[in-house]
Design a protein around this ligand. Sequence first.
Ligand code: TYM
Length: 346
Amino acid sequence: MAQFTERVFSGVQPTGNLHLGNYLGAIKRFVEMQARYDCIYCVVDMHAITVWQDPKELASQTREVTAAFLAAGIDPRRHIVFNQSQVSEHAELAWVFNCVARLGWLNRMTQFKEKAGKDRENASVGLYAYPNLMAADILVYRATHVPVGEDQKQHLELTRDIAQKFNNDWSESIAAHGHGDAFFPLTEPLIGGPATRVMSLRDGTRKMSKSDPSDYSRINLTDPPDAIAQKFKKAKTDPEPLPSEEAGLAGRPEADNLVGIFAALKDVTKANVLREYGGAQFSTFKSALIDLAVTKLGPIGTEMRRLAADPGHIDAILADGAERARAIARPTLEAVKDIVGFVRSR
Ligand code: TYM
């Protein structure tokens, strides 16, 4: 049997407007994973250019996502923080995976359909092959666990399919090169907690997203306290008071979303929140939510602004992280080349 040490990998795109969904669904959980796993956190700039990015903004957004990681509490010395384009092994492995994944698998990806919209003929080939690069990100480190929000679930299923097909197609060569019966692990998605899918503050049936034209639909990590307060005050609700039990949230997407946000920020369950606020009017609940959000998010925004003033410091962290990431990725890629039958210099 092949042996895999437990390792976490996850990525965030530097496409602007990091928001509360990114924080609660991903970054806050990245921080928590550090106590239990060796973690590798990546700013996926190569994924970002699958849709057009202004070069100056891409660079500053890459630094901003890095600043968010650090401000939230990721330790770049004990773990690894870097940007994807500095470790070319991601792109090299992605090419092999382009030859493993089937068109039929990619045709089922809902995120491509959403992002390409009606004008599919005009979408970049990179946007279509996006999930293969994502599989390469994860598997070049042979990562066993990937914390993400609910929207990435289908991509992680594809990552498992790619790992499985690679292991099957090259099983003899994998064994002949001394890697046992499986070269890549079947990665476990870690999708959990009360905020795996944070919804828009204007419409509880739509996901909170970087690209929503209304800034009132999301809390940005860089929003100052008065903006956080304004946005929650204006957040859509319904006329009923809060229920006392979770079952009472069914059919009330806005109430469900705000209770989920509160629970995730406070590290409790939705049931706990409703035990305290069941029967309360939204005005009361929203003031408590605003206090909580400002207490938890305020310091992150302040630290992000402080870090933004020193891009040289951020760039040094990314360069150091890239070097340490490469040291793990390179042997994986060399083994893949041997398994596939590429001749390489030694
Ligand atoms: P991205 O940049 O869109 O989002 C980063 C992370 O935030 C989560 N997220 C949410 N969670 C809860 N509620 C929301 N409304 C919400 N919106 C976003 C996402 O699920 C994600 O965890 N394809 C990935 C980036 C990526 C990646 C990877 C992730 C590239 N390679 C390898 C894991 C492993 C993406 O576009 O995330």
